[in-house]
Design a protein around this ligand. Sequence first.
Ligand code: NAP
Length: 464
Amino acid sequence: MEMLIGGTWQPAASGRTEDVTSPFDGTVTGTVPVAGPADVRAAVDRAEAGAVTWRRAAELADERAEQTAQIISAEAGKTITEARGEAARSGDLIRLAAFEGTQLYGDALPLDANRGTGLDKIGFTIHQPVGIVVAITPFNYPALLVMHKLAPALAAGNAVVLKPARTTPLTALALARCFTDAGLPDGVLSVLTGPGRSLGDALVTDPRVRKVSFTGSTATGQRITQIAGIKKLSLELGSSCPVVVLPDADIELAASAVAAGGYINAGQVCISVQRVITHPAVGTDFLAALVPKVEAIRTGDPGSPDTTMGTLITIDEAERVAETIRHAVAGGAELLTGGERDGAIVSPAVVAGVDPRSPFSQEELFGPAVAVSSAEDFQGAIAQANGTPYGLGAGIFTSDVSGAVRAIREIDAGNVHINWTPLWRADLMPYGGLKASGIGKEGPRSAVAEMTDAKTVILHGRPW
Ligand code: NAP
């Protein structure tokens, strides 16, 4: 018989064996290798390699951050500054998720408190990996959104099949290499590049897949819910995020925050500011503060450190955004700045007097333009903020605590920010939308929980 070293059945390095005999009559019951110092070293080496797989993957992601940033910028048109910020979060996400993978405690169930159960039974829960996770990711954060799925899925003990966006597969492949180079066992991770519709349908409907973790448009999310069958679903979908500016707001702060939150990644962020709802008492001051800040955004070559806003993902997307702005203006809105297309770039736009019921407000824009409208009072502002099918993120600017508390309770959004815009995310926080913006939460703790199954176990000391 051979012994097991780090997954391989093998003889001792010395070739020596010894018999195992019965203590009863001395007969030989088996023969085993006699391990020596070389075998000890080999076993500990393999165990060490196994134990550091995660740490090594995080180190590799850190070491390769600049390379990843260059890939992101090149394939997504994101500015190199933003791409560096995104790539730098990959290693941290692996570390955060690896920690959460060690925190899958179960609960002891107080069955003695249940009528008639008494002390004769013991109950507890355990958590185990769901098995196979399918991860499908969009183009706009090709590293971050991949890592928010891969890291927790692997930390929870699952195998993963990843389908990245067709426009940004290179970042996903580079990140996958961090895991395989770190020693991730064969079979645990696959990355399939190709067309979303056919690959997506095949992956999502496969009954062996126990969990689909999808980030992308609401339309694709809708299709997945219709065909997935009985499996766990996490859906991080589209949005039309509002910001409310109340009369007691710090207008300079609100304008600075919107000038960032509406235009980072050329507005191609699910938590981008799409709508600003101002009180009439401060609307003019807010626009006067906002417009010069937006005009100061420098578009151009994404690879240049001087560029502060890059391209949209394709020329077609840029044309769609420019056309939406033209349509709003034709409908009576006022274009205060921007909105011109040059190739895949759309100059950052501010559009005032937008009808809250118009497509510009109601549908996801996913481009560098902010629609400003007004509401007479708090109730009207909240109603407008809640008046779209979506509910991902929202922000409110006010110096009044009671107004802030009311907003926290009344705004229908998965993430609510007081005195900042929704475009803010700490990787460890629970993150996900309400209504048409999705189902479930990401963030390592939530994702690890959603990528595991809980079992309830009862030990019966007596029947019944
Ligand atoms: P998308 O068109 O829905 O694509 C997302 C991913 O789904 C891509 O990998 C795509 O592959 C794939 N896909 C396409 N058809 C599919 C199908 N029938 N079944 C399964 N997968 C399919 O979205 P996108 O344009 O890349 O991304 C922008 C959207 O993502 C926006 O709506 C944005 O709000 C949303 N988003 C949401 C969050 C959030 O956290 N809530 C974060 C980021 C982005 P192909 O690329 O090959 O088509």
